[in-house]
Design a protein. Structure first.
Lengths: 120, 130
C-alpha cells in the first residue's frame, strides 16, 4: 500500500475512532462518505469495507471502555445477538423492498429517538 | 426486554441495509429500554456491534463489496482516535453525552433521507471528488 494511501486510511481511522469511542457507534457515518469522496470508493464498496473497519474499531473501543468498567455484557448480548439475525433479514429485504422506503422509515424512527433523548 | 430484542433485530436490519454497525439503535435501546446510563449504553453498544459488523462484512464480501486489506488497515489505524474518544466520553457529563448522541442520531437520519432522495447520484459525487 503506498504511503499516501496508508496516511489517508490513518486519518479516516482516527476520525472514526474518536467518533466511535465518544458516541458508542461504529463510525460508518464518517467512514462511508470519506471513502467515497476522498479515496475513490463506490458507494457499495464503501459500505462493505466500512463494516470490516467497524468490526475492528468496535472491538478496540469496547476493550478500552471495558478497562474503564463501562461495558455490561448481558445487556450487550440481549440486543447484539438478535441483531445478527437482523443483518441477514436486512440483506434479504434489500433484494425485495425498495431501499428508499426502508431508509425513510428508519429516518423517522431515528428522529423520534433523538426527540426522546433530548426530552428533559 | 422484548422491546430491546425487537430493537436489536431492527438495528441488524439497518446494518444489513445501510452498512452501519447498528450502534445508532443499540445505544438508545440500552439507555431508554434497559435503563443503562448513557456512558454504559455507549460502551455496551460497541460490544454488541462486533458480531453484527462481522456478519455484515461477511455478507458484503459475497457480493464483492469488500476491500478487506484496506478495511482492516483502517480499523487498526483507529487506535489513537479510539483512545481519545473514550477519554473524552469518560470526562464529560452524562447529559452532554446524551445531547451529543441525539445530534449524531439526527445526522444519521438526515443521511438516510439524502440517500433515499438522491439514490442514483453515486457517479455524480465520485466525479465531483475526482
Amino acid at each position: 500500500m503506498p504511503p499516501r494511501r496508508t496516511l489517508q486510511l490513518a486519518v479516516v481511522g482516527t476520525a472514526a475512532g474518536v467518533y466511535s469511542g465518544l458516541f458508542g457507534v461504529g463510525g460508518g457515518t464518517i467512514i462511508v462518505p470519506l471513502l467515497v469522496l476522498w479515496l475513490g470508493y463506490g458507494e457499495r464498496e464503501a459500505t462493505g469495507t466500512s463494516l470490516a473497519a467497524i468490526a475492528v474499531i468496535a472491538t478496540l473501543a469496547a476493550a478500552a471502555h471495558g478497562l474503564e468498567g463501562n461495558v455490561r455484557v448481558a445487556e450487550g448480548a440481549l440486543v447484539g445477538v438478535p441483531a445478527v439475525g437482523g443483518v441477514l433479514l436486512g440483506t434479504w429485504l434489500q433484494q425485495r423492498v425498495p431501499v428508499r422506503v426502508i431508509s425513510l422509515t428508519f429516518a423517522v424512527l431515528l428522529t423520534a429517538v433523538a426527540v426522546a433523548l433530548l426530552w428533559p | 426486554m422484548i422491546g430491546a430484542v425487537a430493537i436489536g433485530v431492527a438495528a441488524g436490519v439497518l446494518a444489513g441495509l445501510v452498512g452501519v454497525g447498528g450502534g445508532i439503535l443499540f445505544v438508545p435501546a440500552l439507555a431508554l429500554l434497559l435503563d443503562l446510563g448513557q456512558l454504559e449504553a455507549e460502551a455496551t453498544s460497541l460490544l454488541a456491534m462486533v458480531p453484527v459488523a462481522v456478519a455484515g462484512a461477511w455478507r458484503q464480501r459475497s457480493y464483492g463489496n469488500l476491500r478487506l486489506a484496506e478495511g482492516l488497515s483502517l480499523g487498526a489505524l483507529s487506535f489513537a482516535g479510539v483512545g481519545l474518544g473514550v477519554l473524552i466520553a469518560e470526562s464529560v457529563s452524562e447529559r452532554a453525552l446524551e445531547v451529543g448522541f441525539a445530534l449524531v442520531t439526527l445526522l444519521v437520519a438526515l443521511q438516510l433521507v439524502r440517500r433515499a432522495v438522491g439514490s442514483g447520484d453515486e457517479h455524480d459525487s465520485r466525479a465531483a471528488a475526482a
